[in-house]
Ligand binder design. Structure first.
Ligand code: PGA
Length: 251
């Protein structure tokens, strides 16, 4: 089953208006020249969404946000709703990133509620899962990611509106990448969980990205694995040259 590779940049809490616009423009122009074999997405912080949207005009690079609230509007100071993200021009929203699960105590149930609302607003979702170092050392990587996938994916999830990102927490921003074989083992397990949850057809078409210190030097080997359908890239997505080099590896 061939799945279109997705290369997604997660800018996290980085970028001011001038450098965000410049980064987006450079990525857009590189992608235009490359005509890559992959879909490309950038997810800047909320304050840069409209700036980046403008900078990407005329290019195929898609826009995403890094979180949303589970409701459309109302008394939720500091939050942003999926309807607002759609209105700002977003195609995607990342949900359940481990930094949000840790910093904001987000549970699987909350991630699922956010995903339901995002899909209703017409956004596509990237739902993040991944074990901590202690869980991996305890041999619990499969168990933890299985529970997260089962608990965070809404019933409406299908292969066109939902992407999973497997991001081992110990590999995020640490420079330690899962070996392609270790990552593939978890991806394969997640795909099996999807077979049971969504059926064989959806499971074979749903994309599962790897995230955690992906960079130009390791991207090709990871993406070459059967069940790894692209990357969610943090640090290396903040430099146009590195992000572009990763996009070029998507074959
Ligand atoms: P990293 O982050 O590439 O900097 O490890 C990935 C992520 O957290 O999405």
């Amino acid at each position: 089953m061939s799945r279109k590779i997705l290369i997604a940049g997660n800018w996290k809490m980085n970028g001011l208006i001038s450098d965000g616009a410049a980064l987006a423009k450079e990525i857009a122009s590189n992608v235009k020249n490359l005509k890559p074999n992959a879909e490309v997405l950038v997810c800047p912080p909320f304050t840069l969404l409209t700036t980046v949207k403008k900078a990407l005009r005329g290019s195929k690079v898609m826009l995403g946000a890094q979180d949303c609230h589970a409701e459309e509007k109302g008394a939720h100071t500091g939050d942003v709703s999926p309807v607002m993200l759609k209105d700002a021009g977003c195609d995607y929203v990342i949900l359940g990133h481990s930094e949000r699960r840790t910093d904001h105590k987000e549970t699987n149930a909350l991630v699922k509620a956010k995903a339901t609302a995002a899909l209703k607003a017409g956004l596509k979702v990237i739902i993040c899962v991944g074990e901590t170092l202690a869980e991996r050392e305890d041999g619990k990587a499969f168990e933890v990611t299985e529970k997260q996938v089962k608990g965070s994916l809404p019933a409406e999830a299908n292969a066109s509106n939902t992407v999973i990102a497997y991001e081992p927490v110990w590999a995020i921003g640490t420079g330690k990448t899962a070996t392609p074989d270790d990552a593939e083992a978890v991806h394969k397990h997640i795909r099996q969980v999807l077979v049971n949850k969504c059926g064989k057809g959806v499971a074979s078409r749903m994309r599962i990205l790897y995230g955690g210190s992906m960079k130009p030097a390791n991207a090709a080997e990871l993406i070459a694995k059967e069940d790894i359908d692209g990357g969610l890239i943090g640090g290396a997505s903040l430099k146009a040259a590195d992000f572009t080099a990763i996009i070029e590896k998507a074959k």
